[in-house]
Ligand binder design. Structure first.
Ligand SMILES: *[C@@H]1O[C@H](CO)[C@@H](O)[C@H](O)[C@H]1NC(C)=O
Ligand SMILES: *[C@@H]1O[C@H](CO)[C@@H](O)[C@H](O)[C@H]1NC(C)=O
Ligand SMILES: *[C@@H]1O[C@H](CO)[C@@H](O)[C@H](O)[C@H]1NC(C)=O
Ligand SMILES: *[C@@H]1O[C@H](CO)[C@@H](O)[C@H](O)[C@H]1NC(C)=O
Length: 437
């Protein structure tokens, strides 16, 4: 069995979209960051630095999909109404002159500031328009025959996307909205080092506060606390732990199985090997398993589950598969491959006792708004749609009409997002008396 091993010593901090931003495609978050309210010679430069505050980039357009997206922002209800008309309209502005704020009203022209900046070309011979992130200008809107590179860079002109889809370099007085794109932090390979020979992935960080926390950290990565099945595997885990500074022990995936005093592995694999110190496990010492990484042989001791140790996780290196359940109330259900790979679709039929209804709690959804959906329907087949969800959601509850709900994770790419995490419970239906006229 080939597995990915993760020695996890820090908690994984996963990025999320800035407040008010929409998770659009490819794990990109887009939204209005701030508004430029005073006059700058190069507002695009100001936009670049403002987007940088949130690790983002200004509006950069590389294809029709980007173009349509930003056009719809300009056109849509979330665009500030003072500028929502395609016609030139009146705005109030402020500018700094002679040591004073000068206030005025002006007609300005409506458009979305693009992230095109004046930069030296590759020969350092010319100052030309370029995307602020250095990416090539490989797209211009339909009907735009010219090359952006042919336009002179002036210090008061900037590029704007017009509601009709045209790009125009023009002068616009503040206020100018600064829209940005940020990228979700990737869980995949994040801080992981892969051993090219066996595809093993390692990671370093701080201790978990309990064995249960340790397992939760692993689960959060789509892994389990490591189980050990051979001397080689044991020395491998020990070597990695030591290499990453976990010299005073690590949590392993072993715990008292619940069937008497026997230990078992949390990942469900067979208990076919052990490396306890002679005399261990000692009754009453604790119900969780650690490896003493200080000992060259990496021997095991049982400890109190509330102890604090670094974590060693292992992840099976396979394409995620959709599992068919059965699912039990209160259980946390993850989309296949969570949180690394959200590309595999899956159907979950959740049932509770007849006569009761379901309460489904979406603990987390991270889906590209362009493409991926989480659909909740009543009943097994043919029922009403209860919810049709996408984007970034946390802690939302939905109710069924019957005692069956079908939850469908429907990714279309599922690129650079985590997928979903839900749980469900039954709740009593209030039966209203039937009224007979
Ligand atoms: C802009 O909005 C109008 C009216 O709501 C709609 O007819 C038009 O299709 C929209 N255009 C784009 C590019 O979204
Ligand atoms: C412009 O408005 C600001 C406050 O918004 C005020 O402090 C300033 O005095 C005004 N300037 C002029 C020239 O009226
Ligand atoms: C484990 O530690 C906790 C707190 O330190 C303590 O309350 C508990 O009784 C201990 N359990 C065992 C089995 O020793
Ligand atoms: C969910 O919403 C999307 C976008 O509005 C739509 O294309 C899709 O057909 C909907 N699916 C269902 C099952 O309602």
């Amino acid at each position: 069995m080939r597995r990915l091993l993760l020695l996890l010593l820090i908690e994984i901090v996963h990025g999320s979209c800035p407040a008010g931003f929409e998770l659009v495609r490819n794990g990109q978050c887009r939204g209005l960051h701030s508004t430029i309210t005073r006059l700058y010679n190069e507002p695009e430069r100001e936009a670049v630095s403002r987007c940088k505050e949130i690790n983002g980039k200004p509006v950069i357009i590389h294809d029709d999909v980007d173009q349509m997206y930003w056009r719809s922002v300009l056109n849509g209800s979330n665009y500030d109404t003072r500028d929502a008309l395609e016609t030139n309209n009146e705005v109030h502005w402020q500018s700094w002159s002679n040591g004073n704020w000068d206030n005025g009203t002006d007609t300005t022209y409506n458009g979305l500031l693009l992230g095109l900046v004046c930069t030296e070309d590759s020969d350092y011979r010319d100052i030309v328009w370029q995307w602020s992130d250095g990416s090539p200008i490989d797209y211009t809107p339909p009907g735009f025959e010219d090359s952006i590179g042919n336009y002179l860079c002036g210090d008061s002109y900037s590029w704007y996307l017009r509601p009709n889809g045209f790009w125009e370099d023009n002068f616009k007085r503040p206020p100018i909205d600064v829209y940005c794109t940020t990228q979700l932090e990737q869980p995949v390979n994040d801080g992981c080092e892969y051993d090219p020979e066996d595809g093993v992935c390692y990671r370093i960080g701080a201790s978990a506060n309990s064995w249960q926390d340790a397992q939760a950290i692993c689960r959060n990565m789509g892994a389990d606390l490591v189980s050990i099945h051979s001397k080689e595997e044991n020395s491998f885990v020990r070597r990695m732990a030591v290499a990453y500074g976990a010299v005073n022990g690590v949590f392993l995936g072993g715990t008292i199985s619940g069937k008497g005093k026997e230990f078992g592995w949390i990942d469900g694999s067979a208990w076919d090997y052990d490396n306890f110190y002679p005399g261990f496990p000692i009754d009453g010492l604790g119900e969780c398993l650690t490896m003493d990484t200080l000992s060259a042989a990496g021997q095991w001791v049982n400890v109190n589950c509330s102890s604090s140790f670094p974590v060693a996780c292992a992840k099976k290196d396979t394409v995620p598969t959709c599992t068919s359940g059965p699912w039990t109330e209160g259980q946390i259900i993850y989309s296949p491959g969570y949180p690394y790979d959200a590309s595999v679709s899956c159907n979950y039929v959740l049932t509770v006792e007849a006569g009761k209804r379901l309460e489904v709690h979406v603990k987390l959804l991270e889906a590209n708004t362009c493409c991926d959906r989480l659909i909740l329907t009543d009943n097994y087949i043919g029922g009403n749609t209860i919810a049709n969800l996408t984007g970034e959601i946390s802690d939302l509850t939905f109710y069924s009409e019957s005692n069956i709900m079908r939850v469908t994770w429907q990714p279309n790419g599922g690129v650079n997002v985590r997928g979903m995490m839900i749980t469900f419970n039954a709740f009593e239906t209030i039966v209203l008396p039937t009224l007979h006229p």
